[in-house]
Design a protein around this ligand. Structure first.
Ligand SMILES: *Cc1c(COP(=O)(O)O)cnc(C)c1O
Length: 355
């Protein structure tokens, strides 16, 4: 039986995407060939890449606005260094809201001066810093829109009016409406809301490129990937194809506007249970709670074994928290149904009745 998959990443994708993707492994477009054995230069695959890129821009409302969508490799972790390599000339400002932000900061320091313009490290990253003072001489500002591990999410990006904004959106891309044209560079590892691991979506405003005067190795140069339409080298064909299927699914189901409503309902459902059920307490401060990753702990750790086995019994997968927070984390990406969230809430209720 299919499980309720709350895994933080790799994670749930729409069932119809799994079905179509597995079909394409056997026989892609009735070609008598598998998607993973055809040339990436074949017309069939070039069409896939084009559709994936244009769907990404369309869904984000960035078509015709000077942006390019690329499907690269090396995960979001490679973007930590690639962003700085391509954009950091003298000084960049980073907002440190968790482990991923900290890793991005570490990499960027190899390329220039990096200042932390705000941090929530003082409270183990359970909140998003507010009232951020941004110096006027930054090449760019970097932030992490959703902190997958700690379960916080930036709701207000108004700090970023004075410098180009670079954002790691790995775990909430395509989940909510934002004015995406405020961002000069968005990157996201596919495996949280878009596809299998193996490709990273990079959406870049082309006019921010070409401003640093260092040599950039070809594989790390956004301009080269942009000029070759993500085909500078062999792209991860299956990951791109499956991402395209997910983007098609999203568009067919009403796009970001519709999925955002569902994501809000799912988040309300779990957070109200966390708040009402005396056995649990939320980790993130209320106003900064993520709609994608809900983090919570048991008030009484002695109930852990019971709760864990009840979760297992009910077909839950991946509700265990990250080691740096402990407790539990329910990741509710776009493809998660409200029924799965309701099923988890039911287990939490049942624990309360039992305890
Ligand atoms: C998972 C994640 C990453 C790391 O992605 P990789 O593709 O494994 O490099 C980076 N940032 C955020 C916000 C993430 O959730």
């Amino acid at each position: 039986m299919k499980k309720h998959n709350f895994s933080a990443g790799p994670c749930i994708l729409p069932q119809e995407v799994f079905n179509e993707a597995s079909q394409a492994i056997l026989n892609f477009n009735n070609s008598g060939l598998s998607i993973i054995e055809i040339s990436h230069r074949s017309k069939d695959f070039v069409n896939v890449m084009e559709e994936a890129s244009s769907l990404a821009l369309e869904l984000l409302g960035l078509e015709g606005k000077g942006y390019k969508a690329l499907f690269l490799q090396g995960g979001a972790s490679t973007q930590f260094l690639m962003a700085a390599y391509n954009l950091l000339q003298s000084k960049a400002g980073y907002i440190n809201t968790g482990s991923w932000s900290s890793k991005a900061i570490k990499e960027a320091k190899l390329f220039g001066e990096v200042i932390e313009i705000a941090s929530s490290k003082d409270a183990n990253f359970n909140y998003i810093p507010k009232g951020i003072n941004v110096p006027s001489d930054l090449d760019y500002i970097h932030c992490t829109s959703n902190n997958t591990i700690f379960g916080t999410q930036i709701k207000d990006f108004s700090f970023a009016d004075s410098a180009p904004l670079v954002c790691d959106m790995s775990s909430d891309i395509f989940s909510r409406q934002l004015d995406f044209s405020k961002f000069s560079l968005i990157y996201a590892g596919a495996q949280k809301n878009m596809g299998p691991a193996g490709t990273t979506l990079v959406v870049i405003k082309e006019d921010i490129l070409g401003k640093v005067n260092r040599q950039i190795p070809s594989m790390l140069d956004y301009s080269i990937h942009a000029s070759k339409d993500s085909m500078f080298n062999t792209p991860p064909v299956f990951a791109v194809y499956t991402s395209m299927l997910t983007l098609r699914w999203l568009k067919k189901n009403g796009g970001i506007e519709t999925i955002e409503e569902l994501n809000e309902k799912k988040a309300k459902l779990i957070y109200s249970e966390i708040d009402v059920n005396p056995l649990f307490k939320g980790f993130a401060v209320e106003e900064d709670r993520s709609n994608m990753n809900a983090t919570f702990t048991l008030v009484n750790e002695d109930l852990k074994e019971t709760f864990d086995s009840m979760c297992k019994e009910a077909g839950m997968n991946g509700v265990n928290g990250h080691r740096s927070v402990g407790g539990y984390r329910a990741s509710m990406y776009n493809a998660m149904t409200i029924d799965s969230v309701a099923a988890l809430v039911e287990v939490m209720d049942e624990l309360e009745r039992k305890a």
